[in-house]
Design a protein around this ligand. Structure first.
Ligand code: PBG
Length: 327
């Protein structure tokens, strides 16, 4: 055979394969989403997310410590309040669940980087991501409350805030409010390209945040669209977003690749609850190899171009990196 170029030549040996690897990962890129609940002594498994738990503040330290031990130093807090109302007042309450968790985590784990999800849906009685006017979410009235929420998180110790509501103009509103309060250096990671997705199903069980009527299609994006995602991303960069997130991850990596080329900010992708649940269910049935699938899906997100990866498998991925299974 007369063949000069033989791609297999570079695949013949493990050391060589590692040498020519195009994607390298580090645990410092991982963010673990954690659910914090009012109460004490609670560590309850989330039925639709086996292996994931809701923690009360007094027990969240167990998970934060094991994350740190595995090499994961960043977490994103989601709050599950006791009380919900029409205007989601728990989201911006001084003694709200996330605010209390932040103060405790800052004290107990000063080395951790604390990020908060800024949204109303876990705190509103109707489960929508903003205040209602009739049956629609009132964009501009919601902005004030989101800004108030972000400021209250920063006051309680948040290192970064991450608005996930998909209201228009929220990045600018939050930036202005943070700056006015002196939080000039608290970055905003915007869930800029967030699709209305069935992959959030298990999360809504976990956080009790399913909308009481209708759906989120009037604010989250239609998954048929790609250019609209670019518009959202560029708009948020213009409004001052420091990091742009694409969500979900697995089915939306085309968007990660495109936005990476069009912006100069770091890109995050969020492997959401439904992605986690599918892997867990498939593995429990013995249909797939859990660890190998976790590694492969994580690398695919980085290969697509993400710089930051939010995942419920953060600890497992960090362990695989340390053991040299990926990297
Ligand atoms: C809040 C929010 C959601 C998720 C992150 N922030 C739920 C939603 O938009 O319905 C989903 C995370 C996941 O599914 O893991 N708006």
């Amino acid at each position: 055979m007369d063949m000069t170029i033989r791609p297999r030549r570079l695949r013949g040996n493990e050391l060589l394969r590692k040498m020519v690897r195009e994607t390298r990962v580090d645990a410092s890129s991982l963010i673990y989403p954690i659910f914090i609940k009012e109460g004490s002594g609670i560590r309850e498994e989330i039925p639709t997310m086996p292996g994931q738990y809701r923690y009360s503040i007094d027990r969240m330290g167990e998970k934060l410590q094991s994350l740190l031990d595995a090499g994961v130093s960043s977490v994103m807090f989601f709050g599950i309040p006791d009380h919900k109302d029409e205007v989601g007042s728990g989201a911006y309450a001084e003694d709200g669940i996330v605010q209390k968790a932040l103060r405790q985590a800052k004290k107990e784990f000063p080395k951790m980087y604390l990020i908060t999800d800024v949204c109303m849906c876990e705190y509103t009685s109707h489960g929508h991501c903003g205040v209602l006017c009739g049956e629609t979410v009132d964009n501009d009235r919601t902005l004030e409350l989101l800004a108030k929420t972000a400021v209250s998180h920063a006051r309680a110790g948040a290192d970064m805030v991450a608005p996930s509501d998909m209201m228009d103009g929220r990045v600018a509103a939050i930036r202005a409010a943070l700056d006015a309060e002196g939080f000039l250096n608290v970055p905003i990671m915007s869930y800029a390209v967030k699709y209305a997705s069935a992959f959030y199903g298990p999360f809504r069980d976990a956080a009790g945040s399913a909308p009481a009527f209708g759906d989120r299609k009037s604010y989250q994006m239609d998954y048929h669209n790609s250019r609209e995602g670019i518009k959202e991303a560029l708009l948020d960069v213009e409004e001052g977003a420091d990091i742009i997130m694409v969500k979900p991850a697995m089915s939306y990596l085309d968007m990660v690749a495109k936005i990476k080329d069009l912006t100069d900010v770091p890109i995050a992708s969020y492997s959401v609850s439904g992605e986690y649940a599918m892997i867990k269910a498939g593995a429990q049935l013995g249909y797939i190899d859990e660890e190998k699938i976790i590694c492969e899906t994580a690398i695919s997100a980085f290969r697509a171009g993400c710089d930051i990866y939010l995942t419920y498998f953060a600890e497992e991925i960090a362990t695989c990196i340390r053991e040299g299974k990926i990297g």
